[in-house]
Design a protein around this ligand. Structure first.
Ligand SMILES: Cc1cc2nc3c(=O)[nH]c(=O)nc-3n(C[C@H](O)[C@H](O)[C@H](O)COP(=O)(O)OP(=O)(O)OC[C@H]3O[C@@H](n4cnc5c(N)ncnc54)[C@H](O)[C@@H]3O)c2cc1C
Length: 426
């Protein structure tokens, strides 16, 4: 038997270091520079951020999602889950620890599908944390259904020429390069007719039409670009992986990314629950603490149970990925935690924010970002409905229709069967 919910003492020490480092050294960045985590470093922040990253490297904790061949520790997904739930409580921590999206996913696909030259040119600076990258897949007219993408890449001699528009390309404004998904063979099925390209952001024809922000961000201040590719010419070796492989590459990338979001949301939900418990014990009304009100206790209990279930499901999914090394095999559970992620965050953040009354909805508490995060999580990397469809389809695969008119658990039919089973004895 190998059911074990404990953490090895040596690894627990590492987790303790991460907890302390995040709380003492990284959270100050969240408070002093809340909007700068994904911006290029200037003279003021550069030395601070490089020092903190170096301290993480010295501890052997840089890019813990990567295998040793790429400079990580090859911890695997379960340990990564335990790390990410700590890092998820800070917006700067993923940058300081080299685990920030979309760079982690981009690094993973270049490592897996890139040529040696591509790795040297694009992967190395990413792994060193010296540049940002962008993944440009969604289009203005199509997101959840990638078979509707129309951005084209056409051969012209040895080159490819890319034409089309992409939407919500995160970090385009700061990225050194963009990974673009484009149709290379319109006659093939979309699953075989699209390819990925590595395109330096300053290539002529890459034109950012505008930067979209998410809720509350000022116009054109956001990090998600509407990009036009106006006949962008790239050499033949800009192709990432083989021609027609874009779908397979995207699935590799998004599978891991979805699990990492869920891991971080475990931490954010825990933070909301911590705030809720503290407030319940601190605030009094009608002669008693909020914590003494039954309705408040019910909300606390619901939040605790919801988070515990979610956390175990995330860890179990991570354990399956470690065990089978096959995202496809774990697809059902990845899809299930993907749609639970916004729901759990939404429910716990709402209860906690509400318990703080006016203060909770004010800009003096950190709830608004968490609240926005729940809405974003329900859309990013595919909307909730699409993941529910995946889960339902996979669940149904394990069943068959009832053989006759009545369900197999129909009691009169079962009793008739039971009598026959025991007729020699009855
Ligand atoms: C913060 C953020 C960052 C992002 N970063 C990137 C990025 O870096 N690169 C990138 O390429 N994309 C990025 N995206 C885009 C994201 O992947 C898409 O938004 C997502 O795939 C959904 O596509 P859509 O927005 O076009 O919604 P649509 O596909 O138009 O779906 C809209 C809604 O329709 C409903 N719906 C859709 N399909 C179904 C269905 N099958 N059944 C029932 N209902 C359905 C759902 O309610 C869904 O929310 C980002 C999005 C966000 C919010």
């Amino acid at each position: 038997m190998a059911w074990d919910f404990s953490t090895e003492p040596e690894f627990e020490e590492k987790l303790e270091w991460i907890r302390r480092f995040r709380a003492e050294r990284v959270e100050p960045l969240d408070l002093l520079y809340p909007d700068r985590a994904y911006h290029p470093l200037d003279d003021e922040l550069g030395p601070v951020v490089r020092t903190l990253k170096q301290q993480v490297r010295d501890e052997g904790l840089w890019a813990p999602h990567l295998g040793p061949e790429l400079g990580g520790r090859g911890f695997g997904q379960v340990k990564l889950a335990l790390i990410n739930e700590i890092l998820g409580q800070s917006s700067w921590a993923p940058v300081i620890f080299g685990t920030a999206a979309p760079d982690t996913g981009n690094a993973e696909i270049i490592a897996r599908y890139g040529t040696d030259e591509q790795k040297e040119r694009y992967l190395q600076p990413l792994l060193e944390g010296e540049c940002f990258s962008c993944f440009s897949m969604t289009e203005p007219q199509a997101g959840a259904d990638p078979t509707m993408f129309t951005t084209r890449a056409e051969r012209d001699g040895d080159d490819w020429v890319i034409t089309g528009r992409k939407f919500f390309s995160s970090n385009a404004r700061t990225s050194k390069f963009v990974i673009v998904m484009a149709v290379t063979n319109p006659d093939a099925s979309p699953y075989k007719g699209m390819s990925m390209f590595l395109v330096p952001s300053d290539t002529p024809g890459v034109r950012i039409e505008r930067h979209l922000g998410i809720m509350g961000e000022a116009t054109d201040e956001g990090m998600h670009a509407l990009i036009a590719y106006d006949g962008v010419r790239v050499p033949g070796d800009a192709l990432l992986g083989g021609e027609g492989q874009a779908f397979a590459i995207a699935q590799t990338r998004l599978g891991g990314g979805r699990v990492h979001h869920a891991m971080r949301v475990v931490g954010q939900s825990q933070k909301a629950l911590d705030m809720m418990a503290e407030r319940a014990l601190s605030r009094e009304t009608q002669g008693e603490r909020l914590a003494d009100k039954q309705l408040v206790r019910a909300d606390l209990a619901d939040s605790y149970a919801q988070l515990a279930q979610f956390r175990l499901f995330v860890l179990y999914t991570a354990w399956q990925i470690d065990r089978y090394q096959d995202y496809k095999r774990v697809r059902k559970d990845i899809a299930a935690i993907k749609f639970l992620t916004p729901k759990v965050l939404h429910d716990i953040v709402y209860r906690s924010m509400h318990l703080h009354g006016a203060l909770g909805v004010s800009n003096e508490m950190p709830f608004s970002d968490m609240w926005n995060g729940a809405a974003v999580m329900a859309v990013v990397d595919g909307p909730t409905e699409v993941h529910k469809i995946t889960v339902a389809r996979d669940v149904l695969r394990g069943y068959e229709a009832a053989p006759g008119l009545w369900p197999t658990q129909h009691l009169p039919t079962r009793r008739e069967w039971a009598r026959k089973q025991l007729e020699d004895l009855l």
